[in-house]
Design a protein around this ligand. Structure first.
Ligand code: F6R
Length: 242
């Protein structure tokens, strides 16, 4: 696991974005794994600017998102599908038919999870997977105690994650407690993993990921097993590293 420490969240976003840009310049037909949340927004903005400056094209790209709330349709403003359209897909030259987010409104979520795994496999696997990290060390919605070899499945959110994400929902709005998430095993199958973390609230999780034992109590620590994982963090997120 490689650790890159940079001075600001903006530098983290640009460093991360350039990993994707370089890959797409070399291999325009790539399969990207994408994340939602606050952390990747500035990275997506850098990708949008590069696309608009014609430095990179997404015309041949396929994407798979990590996770989605179970019970939210893709049109719902808090759905991760909506987030991806707003933050990235609406602003780049990607064919939206080649962008996939786990189906939060699937009538049979269990078989939808198996289908999602099959689709990733049929696309040839994920070339680069982007990750954020929860304060509790989760990746995707793989909360602490998730199996390190887990695959895409329905997962209950912890109260900590529900509380962290409550900021995106109105006080009287339905907030899902279940999700569909790629598993840790699914993530580890990606050829390359790029995890971004910024801010002091992530310092404990970053410490447990990089210097803690590999353990289901910090799902991101499973990246210690990955041959090509890079953790890109700012100085605040790095504060607890030795
Ligand atoms: C989102 C996801 C989550 C977030 C994590 C950090 O698709 O999979 O694991 O990456 O909760 O969220 P932010 O970036 O909002 O701190």
């Amino acid at each position: 696991m490689q650790v890159v420490i940079l001075e600001s969240p903006q530098a983290v976003a640009e460093y991360g974005a350039h990993i994707f840009i370089r890959r797409l310049q070399k291999q325009p037909r790539s399969v990207l794994g994408l994340a939602t949340g606050s952390t990747p927004v500035a990275l997506y903005q850098t990708l949008i600017e590069a696309n608009q400056a014609q430095a990179v094209s997404f015309q041949q790209v396929t994407t798979y998102n990590l996770d989605e709330y179970l019970g939210l349709d893709g049109d719902h403003p808090q759905s991760y599908r909506h987030f991806m359209n707003e933050q990235l897909f609406n602003h780049i030259d990607i064919d939206k038919n080649n962008t996939f987010v786990p189906p939060g409104s699937a009538s049979n979520p269990v078989s939808a999870c198996d289908e999602y795994e099959q689709m990733i496999e049929q696309s040839g696997g994920i070339d680069i997977q982007l990750l954020g990290i929860g304060r509790n060390g989760h990746i995707g919605f793989n909360e602490p105690s998730s199996g390190l070899r887990s695959r895409t499945r329905v997962k209950t959110l912890t109260q900590a994650t529900i509380d962290d994400n409550a900021r995106f929902f109105a006080a009287d709005e339905f907030q899902p407690h279940l999700s569909i998430t790629m598993g840790i095993g699914t993530i580890l199958d990606s050829a390359q993993v790029v995890l971004l973390a910024t801010g002091s609230s992530k310092a404990d999780a970053v410490f447990a990921t990089v210097e803690g034992p590999m353990s289901a109590s910090c799902p991101a620590s499973a990246l210690q097993m990955h041959q090509n994982a890079v953790i890109v963090i700012d100085e605040e997120a790095a504060a607890k590293l030795e």
